[in-house]
Design a protein. Structure first.
Length: 184
């Protein structure tokens, strides 16, 4: 995967009125700073990584979605369960032909995080980490995370193979792990 091309492909699915990123640079996994490295550099579901790091279950909020035959895409936020605290922004493109109708229906319903659905249904899956991204927030991402435009965070791009087929392309961006002063 070419990280830049895949990033452009995923973000074009849901054009923003304000740029998500001022810059998104592919960096080596080895230089990813902690605690982002522990959250992003692995071949597991981000649902589990976010729940473990934030010591809380997470809920999904679907910001936008589209369905075209067997191709489903959505733009989401993961929030700490029962709160408005955003822990992750993501864009997912899923080829639904690789899963059962029950899994398909739960994904399209948009009520449960994707990782949790695949785990609950015991879908044979493997996650390939494609790239770690150092991200400079544009106005779009800054708005989702309540962070200043130009502040930094980290994310990843990955592919989930379901039943040995490349079924899901992901962009997953962690909320910044530092607190920013409230705007004056």
């Amino acid at each position: 995967m070419n990280p830049h091309d895949e990033l452009v492909s995923l973000t074009k699915l849901f054009p923003e009125s304000a740029a998500l990123f001022l810059q998104a640079e592919h960096i080596p996994s080895a230089v990813t700073p902690e605690p982002y490295k522990g959250m992003l550099v692995h071949e597991h579901h981000m649902t589990i990584a976010m729940e473990t790091f934030h010591r809380s279950a997470v809920d999904v909020r679907v910001l936008d979605h589209m369905l075209n035959g067997n191709e489903y895409a959505r733009k989401i936020l993961l929030v700490k369960h029962g709160t408005n605290t955003v822990v992750q922004f993501g864009i997912v493109r899923f080829h639904l032909g690789y899963v059962t109708d029950a899994v398909r229906e739960q994904i399209i319903a948009g009520e449960i995080p994707l990782g949790r659905i695949l785990i609950n249904h015991n879908v044979l899956r493997h996650i390939d980490l494609g790239a770690i991204l150092e991200i400079t927030a544009g106005p779009g991402l800054a708005g989702y995370f309540s962070m200043p435009v130009g502040a930094m965070t980290y994310g990843r791009m990955a592919t989930i193979f379901c039943n040995r087929q490349p079924a899901v392309d992901l962009l997953e961006v962690s909320a910044p792990l530092i607190k920013f002063p409230e705007p004056a």
